[in-house]
Ligand binder design. Sequence first.
Ligand code: SF4
Length: 398
Amino acid sequence: MSADAADAVDFTSQPIAQLLVKVATRCNIDCSYCYWFRDAAVYDKPKLMSAAVLRQLLLRIEEHVCEHGLPDLPIVLHGGEPLLWGVDNFNHFAEACAAITARTGSVIPIAVTTNGVLIDDRWLDCFERHQISVAISLDGPAHIHDLHRKTFQGGGTHEAVVRAARLLVSRDIRTSALAVCNPAYAPRDYVEFFADCGITHYDIMIPDATVDEKPPAIAGFYNGLFDLWFEANRNRPAVNIRIVTDMVTALLGNNSPTEGVGYNPVELCTVMTDGSVEAHDVLRIAGNGFTQTTFNIFDHALDEIRNEPRWRAARDASINLAAKCQRCKFLNVCGGGYLPHRFSKANGYDNPSVYCDDLYAMFENMQNVLEQHLYVQKPGGGRVAMRDALKGGHRGER
Ligand code: SF4
């Protein structure tokens, strides 16, 4: 299950395979840890995507899927708070994407990430009718969530968000929750809370931090979370905690489906409210204007962003790992950590993750537990414990 650093991976250029579309640049709540407003440049952008930008975006989407014969092009609507764009715009966008599918055969799955506060029956009808997947930002129980996710008046938002989450799961809407880990609390607080809400798909994300910061250790939290996930899924798949399943997927030698785990190029293309195209959204954690490029969808096709120096630099940095990572036995499963967590003012992205020690401990723990419980089937029908199958194999170095 450990990666061999000698296994060179050849990352060939592929068409842009996923779009992040910023339909609103402002938010209706005031979360203390939000990376979005760390970059004052977001205030220079229009508050909402206009009809003219949307028209051009739809043209570019159709051009892109036709040019490359893509079977699908997933799109995530994002903000700020994307629901500020309005339910009529969402309905129009989804109908236009369905029309592109009818003309081209390329499926365009739509997802939205929202704080949930504005969700009412009209929104539920929209999500259900157009099969829009909804990820609701919910940091577990009130005593954790309300520490950071506040109104502009300083009050908590938990009650409103839980109301929205319960409405979502009561309908035929693909719903997940996105929490940010607070390692001062027990993972069981989150797991029991989401079970009580009826949410079976969620993520508890590693808090954003750069190498210039000193975030608290997280390995203890995630090792405890892994134990709870393992216990819950022992007999049948019951709960999907994304970061855990992604790490296990990577440890078992498969590509992790999300960019935060594994060794893959970060190739996300972000379209802003004015039609400008940016590098990965969360890289604005590095500071003002850090994601801005000179490209926009009026002058450039989506794939042209590959030639833009700043976008290209972030993409290349995601696969050109620091020397320590290149020697690490978890190179292929960790990939040096999430790209924003590798940034420092002194070295750019040429660092192991600020969470390197934690990540190593987490992968080591998972690998040990999985080795005890996984078996390799022998041709004759017998089986041998994974631990024994791996004995004497390459163990890499730290
Ligand atoms: S960040 Fe740390 S654990 Fe991850 S690949 Fe680099 S050295 Fe290994």
